[in-house]
Design a protein around this ligand. Sequence first.
Ligand code: G
Ligand code: G
Ligand code: MN
Ligand code: NA
Length: 250
Amino acid sequence: SRMEADLRRALGAGEFELHFQPLVDVRTGAVTAAEALVRWRHPEQGLVSPADFIPLAEETGLIAPLGAWVLHTACLQAASWPSDIKVAVNLSPVQFRDDGLPQAVADTLRATGLEAGRLELEITEGVLLDGEERTLAMLTKLRGIGVGLAMDDFGTGYSSLSYLRRFPFSKIKIDRSFVSLLPDDAESAAIVRAIITMGAGLGMATTVEGVETAEQYAFVAAERCGQVQGYHVSRPLPAAAFLGFLSGLE
Ligand code: G
Ligand code: G
Ligand code: MN
Ligand code: NA
Protein backbone atom coordinates (compact mmCIF):
# COMPACT_ATOMS: atom_id res chain seq x y z
CA SER A 1 0.00 0.00 0.00
CA ARG A 2 0.89 3.63 -0.24
CA MET A 3 1.16 4.06 3.50
CA GLU A 4 3.41 1.00 3.75
CA ALA A 5 5.81 2.48 1.21
CA ASP A 6 5.63 5.79 3.07
CA LEU A 7 6.38 4.07 6.39
CA ARG A 8 9.37 2.28 4.86
CA ARG A 9 10.65 5.55 3.44
CA ALA A 10 10.12 7.35 6.76
CA LEU A 11 12.32 4.87 8.63
CA GLY A 12 15.18 5.57 6.26
CA ALA A 13 14.52 9.30 6.34
CA GLY A 14 14.61 9.51 10.14
CA GLU A 15 11.09 10.86 10.51
CA PHE A 16 10.31 9.08 13.79
CA GLU A 17 10.84 10.64 17.18
CA LEU A 18 10.18 9.68 20.77
CA HIS A 19 8.13 11.64 23.24
CA PHE A 20 8.47 10.95 26.95
CA GLN A 21 5.69 10.98 29.53
CA PRO A 22 6.81 11.30 33.16
CA LEU A 23 5.81 8.82 35.88
CA VAL A 24 5.69 10.36 39.35
CA ASP A 25 6.19 8.59 42.67
CA VAL A 26 3.13 9.47 44.76
CA ARG A 27 5.00 9.50 48.07
CA THR A 28 7.77 11.87 47.01
CA GLY A 29 6.25 13.63 44.01
CA ALA A 30 9.51 12.98 42.16
CA VAL A 31 9.73 11.80 38.55
CA THR A 32 11.03 8.22 38.68
CA ALA A 33 10.57 7.16 35.06
CA ALA A 34 9.29 8.14 31.64
CA GLU A 35 7.37 6.11 29.08
CA ALA A 36 8.75 6.44 25.55
CA LEU A 37 5.96 6.97 23.00
CA VAL A 38 6.83 7.02 19.32
CA ARG A 39 5.56 9.67 16.90
CA TRP A 40 5.94 10.07 13.15
CA ARG A 41 6.83 13.59 12.06
CA HIS A 42 5.37 13.31 8.59
CA PRO A 43 6.51 15.95 6.07
CA GLU A 44 2.95 16.67 4.93
CA GLN A 45 0.67 15.29 7.64
CA GLY A 46 2.52 16.63 10.68
CA LEU A 47 2.76 14.58 13.87
CA VAL A 48 1.12 11.18 13.32
CA SER A 49 -0.02 9.07 16.30
CA PRO A 50 1.29 5.52 16.72
CA ALA A 51 -2.33 4.36 16.85
CA ASP A 52 -2.39 5.22 13.13
CA PHE A 53 0.80 3.43 12.04
CA ILE A 54 1.79 0.72 14.58
CA PRO A 55 -0.92 -1.70 13.33
CA LEU A 56 0.34 -1.34 9.74
CA ALA A 57 3.95 -1.68 10.91
CA GLU A 58 2.92 -4.92 12.64
CA GLU A 59 1.15 -6.30 9.57
CA THR A 60 4.04 -5.54 7.25
CA GLY A 61 6.91 -6.58 9.48
CA LEU A 62 8.21 -3.02 9.63
CA ILE A 63 7.67 -3.16 13.38
CA ALA A 64 10.98 -5.07 13.64
CA PRO A 65 13.23 -2.23 12.43
CA LEU A 66 10.92 0.41 13.95
CA GLY A 67 10.84 -1.36 17.32
CA ALA A 68 14.62 -1.76 17.26
CA TRP A 69 14.96 1.96 16.55
CA VAL A 70 12.60 2.83 19.43
CA LEU A 71 14.47 0.58 21.87
CA HIS A 72 17.88 1.90 20.86
CA THR A 73 16.83 5.55 20.90
CA ALA A 74 14.98 5.28 24.24
CA CYS A 75 18.00 3.61 25.89
CA LEU A 76 20.45 6.08 24.36
CA GLN A 77 18.47 9.09 25.54
CA ALA A 78 17.85 7.64 29.01
CA ALA A 79 21.59 7.00 29.40
CA SER A 80 22.04 10.79 29.44
CA TRP A 81 19.33 11.41 32.07
CA PRO A 82 19.90 11.50 35.84
CA SER A 83 20.68 7.94 36.89
CA ASP A 84 17.62 7.55 39.14
CA ILE A 85 15.23 7.87 36.20
CA LYS A 86 14.13 4.80 34.27
CA VAL A 87 12.73 4.54 30.78
CA ALA A 88 9.77 2.37 29.77
CA VAL A 89 9.45 1.03 26.22
CA ASN A 90 6.31 -0.53 24.70
CA LEU A 91 6.80 -3.87 22.99
CA SER A 92 4.54 -5.07 20.23
CA PRO A 93 3.37 -8.70 20.46
CA VAL A 94 5.11 -9.14 17.10
CA GLN A 95 8.47 -8.18 18.64
CA PHE A 96 7.74 -10.51 21.53
CA ARG A 97 7.33 -13.42 19.11
CA ASP A 98 10.96 -13.06 17.95
CA ASP A 99 13.21 -15.49 19.83
CA GLY A 100 16.08 -13.06 19.28
CA LEU A 101 14.46 -10.42 21.53
CA PRO A 102 16.43 -11.07 24.76
CA GLN A 103 19.74 -10.93 22.85
CA ALA A 104 18.64 -7.76 21.06
CA VAL A 105 17.74 -6.14 24.40
CA ALA A 106 21.09 -7.14 25.95
CA ASP A 107 22.97 -5.86 22.87
CA THR A 108 21.09 -2.56 22.95
CA LEU A 109 21.89 -2.02 26.64
CA ARG A 110 25.55 -2.69 25.96
CA ALA A 111 25.65 -0.45 22.89
CA THR A 112 23.96 2.48 24.63
CA GLY A 113 25.58 2.08 28.05
CA LEU A 114 22.22 2.03 29.85
CA GLU A 115 22.14 -0.04 33.03
CA ALA A 116 19.63 -2.93 32.69
CA GLY A 117 17.76 -1.88 35.84
CA ARG A 118 16.86 1.42 34.20
CA LEU A 119 14.93 -0.20 31.35
CA GLU A 120 11.35 -1.39 31.75
CA LEU A 121 9.56 -3.25 28.96
CA GLU A 122 5.79 -2.78 28.71
CA ILE A 123 3.90 -5.81 27.51
CA THR A 124 0.19 -6.09 26.86
CA GLU A 125 -1.87 -9.08 27.81
CA GLY A 126 -2.13 -10.10 24.14
CA VAL A 127 1.39 -11.56 24.16
CA LEU A 128 0.40 -13.95 26.91
CA LEU A 129 -1.94 -15.80 24.56
CA ASP A 130 0.96 -17.19 22.52
CA GLY A 131 1.40 -20.15 24.79
CA GLU A 132 2.30 -20.29 28.42
CA GLU A 133 5.59 -22.16 28.20
CA ARG A 134 7.09 -19.96 25.54
CA THR A 135 5.85 -16.81 27.24
CA LEU A 136 7.30 -17.86 30.57
CA ALA A 137 10.66 -18.72 28.98
CA MET A 138 10.79 -15.37 27.19
CA LEU A 139 9.84 -13.33 30.26
CA THR A 140 12.30 -15.25 32.40
CA LYS A 141 15.14 -14.56 29.95
CA LEU A 142 14.28 -10.87 29.88
CA ARG A 143 14.16 -10.68 33.68
CA GLY A 144 17.50 -12.50 33.74
CA ILE A 145 19.04 -9.59 31.87
CA GLY A 146 17.88 -7.36 34.72
CA VAL A 147 15.22 -5.29 32.97
CA GLY A 148 11.82 -4.58 34.52
CA LEU A 149 8.64 -6.06 33.03
CA ALA A 150 5.40 -4.13 33.24
CA MET A 151 2.01 -5.58 32.38
CA ASP A 152 0.48 -2.73 30.41
CA ASP A 153 -3.22 -1.82 30.12
CA PHE A 154 -3.99 -4.17 32.99
CA GLY A 155 -7.65 -5.05 33.33
CA THR A 156 -8.52 -4.83 29.64
CA GLY A 157 -8.60 -7.67 27.15
CA TYR A 158 -8.06 -11.17 28.40
CA SER A 159 -6.51 -10.44 31.75
CA SER A 160 -6.27 -13.34 34.01
CA LEU A 161 -5.19 -12.92 37.58
CA SER A 162 -3.24 -16.15 37.33
CA TYR A 163 -0.90 -14.46 34.81
CA LEU A 164 0.35 -12.26 37.61
CA ARG A 165 1.21 -15.25 39.73
CA ARG A 166 2.79 -17.31 36.96
CA PHE A 167 4.83 -14.71 35.13
CA PRO A 168 7.69 -12.61 36.50
CA PHE A 169 6.22 -9.13 36.09
CA SER A 170 7.70 -6.39 38.24
CA LYS A 171 4.91 -3.89 37.65
CA ILE A 172 1.20 -3.59 36.86
CA LYS A 173 -0.03 -0.59 34.89
CA ILE A 174 -3.72 -0.03 35.64
CA ASP A 175 -5.50 0.86 32.43
CA ARG A 176 -6.88 4.36 32.18
CA SER A 177 -10.40 3.11 31.46
CA PHE A 178 -10.66 2.37 35.21
CA VAL A 179 -9.53 5.87 36.11
CA SER A 180 -11.67 8.05 33.88
CA LEU A 181 -14.75 7.87 36.16
CA LEU A 182 -12.81 8.36 39.41
CA PRO A 183 -13.32 9.42 42.10
CA ASP A 184 -17.15 9.41 41.99
CA ASP A 185 -17.88 6.07 40.34
CA ALA A 186 -18.05 3.43 43.08
CA GLU A 187 -17.33 0.47 40.78
CA SER A 188 -14.23 2.08 39.28
CA ALA A 189 -13.04 3.03 42.75
CA ALA A 190 -13.46 -0.55 43.98
CA ILE A 191 -11.58 -2.00 41.00
CA VAL A 192 -8.65 0.42 41.23
CA ARG A 193 -8.41 -0.12 44.98
CA ALA A 194 -8.45 -3.90 44.54
CA ILE A 195 -5.73 -3.90 41.85
CA ILE A 196 -3.44 -1.70 43.97
CA THR A 197 -3.93 -3.99 46.97
CA MET A 198 -3.30 -7.07 44.85
CA GLY A 199 -0.12 -5.57 43.35
CA ALA A 200 1.18 -4.78 46.82
CA GLY A 201 0.38 -8.31 47.99
CA LEU A 202 2.25 -9.79 45.02
CA GLY A 203 5.26 -7.52 45.56
CA MET A 204 4.68 -5.63 42.33
CA ALA A 205 4.81 -1.92 41.76
CA THR A 206 1.63 -0.32 40.44
CA THR A 207 1.34 2.62 38.11
CA VAL A 208 -2.04 4.24 37.57
CA GLU A 209 -2.40 5.52 34.01
CA GLY A 210 -4.60 8.25 32.61
CA VAL A 211 -4.77 10.44 35.73
CA GLU A 212 -6.16 13.68 34.37
CA THR A 213 -7.42 15.60 37.40
CA ALA A 214 -6.26 16.63 40.87
CA GLU A 215 -9.18 14.65 42.34
CA GLN A 216 -8.10 11.46 40.55
CA TYR A 217 -4.51 12.02 41.67
CA ALA A 218 -5.61 12.49 45.30
CA PHE A 219 -7.75 9.33 45.15
CA VAL A 220 -5.01 7.03 43.85
CA ALA A 221 -2.38 8.60 46.12
CA ALA A 222 -4.61 7.93 49.13
CA GLU A 223 -4.90 4.31 47.97
CA ARG A 224 -1.09 4.19 47.95
CA CYS A 225 -0.44 3.22 44.38
CA GLY A 226 3.25 3.42 43.46
CA GLN A 227 3.29 5.85 40.58
CA VAL A 228 0.98 8.07 38.63
CA GLN A 229 1.08 8.81 34.92
CA GLY A 230 -1.31 11.10 33.07
CA TYR A 231 -2.12 14.53 31.77
CA HIS A 232 -2.51 15.86 35.32
CA VAL A 233 1.25 15.36 35.76
CA SER A 234 2.27 15.96 32.15
CA ARG A 235 1.44 15.06 28.58
CA PRO A 236 4.10 13.10 26.66
CA LEU A 237 6.88 15.60 25.89
CA PRO A 238 9.57 15.88 23.24
CA ALA A 239 13.00 14.91 24.66
CA ALA A 240 14.21 18.44 25.34
CA ALA A 241 10.93 19.45 27.00
CA PHE A 242 11.07 16.32 29.18
CA LEU A 243 14.52 17.35 30.41
CA GLY A 244 13.13 20.83 31.04
CA PHE A 245 10.26 19.29 33.03
CA LEU A 246 12.83 17.39 35.14
CA SER A 247 14.67 20.57 35.98
CA GLY A 248 11.41 22.27 36.89
CA LEU A 249 11.71 24.79 34.10
CA GLU A 250 8.39 23.93 32.48
O1 G B 1 0.96 8.03 22.89
P1 G B 1 -0.27 7.44 22.40
O2 G B 1 -1.46 7.95 21.93
O3 G B 1 -0.13 8.20 21.22
O4 G B 1 -0.03 5.93 21.93
C1 G B 1 -1.02 5.19 21.28
C2 G B 1 -0.70 3.72 21.36
O5 G B 1 0.54 3.44 20.70
C3 G B 1 -0.56 3.20 22.78
O6 G B 1 -1.25 1.96 22.87
C4 G B 1 0.91 2.96 22.93
O7 G B 1 1.20 1.87 23.79
C5 G B 1 1.34 2.64 21.51
N1 G B 1 2.75 2.97 21.32
C6 G B 1 3.36 4.16 21.50
N2 G B 1 4.68 4.07 21.26
C7 G B 1 4.91 2.77 20.93
C8 G B 1 6.09 2.04 20.57
O8 G B 1 7.20 2.55 20.54
N3 G B 1 5.92 0.71 20.27
C9 G B 1 4.71 0.11 20.32
N4 G B 1 4.65 -1.19 20.01
N5 G B 1 3.59 0.76 20.66
C10 G B 1 3.69 2.07 20.97
O1 G C 1 -1.36 1.82 25.67
P1 G C 1 -0.37 2.55 26.49
O2 G C 1 -0.75 2.62 27.91
O3 G C 1 1.05 2.16 26.25
O4 G C 1 -0.37 4.05 25.91
C1 G C 1 -0.47 5.16 26.68
C2 G C 1 -1.41 6.06 25.92
O5 G C 1 -2.15 6.87 26.83
C3 G C 1 -0.67 7.02 25.02
O6 G C 1 -1.44 7.16 23.90
C4 G C 1 -0.67 8.31 25.83
O7 G C 1 -0.52 9.44 25.01
C5 G C 1 -2.04 8.22 26.47
N1 G C 1 -2.21 9.00 27.70
C6 G C 1 -1.27 9.29 28.61
N2 G C 1 -1.80 9.99 29.65
C7 G C 1 -3.11 10.13 29.39
C8 G C 1 -4.19 10.77 30.08
O8 G C 1 -4.06 11.32 31.16
N3 G C 1 -5.41 10.70 29.47
C9 G C 1 -5.61 10.09 28.27
N4 G C 1 -6.84 10.10 27.76
N5 G C 1 -4.61 9.47 27.61
C10 G C 1 -3.38 9.50 28.15
MN1 MN D 1 2.39 1.67 27.66
NA1 NA E 1 -1.27 1.30 29.15
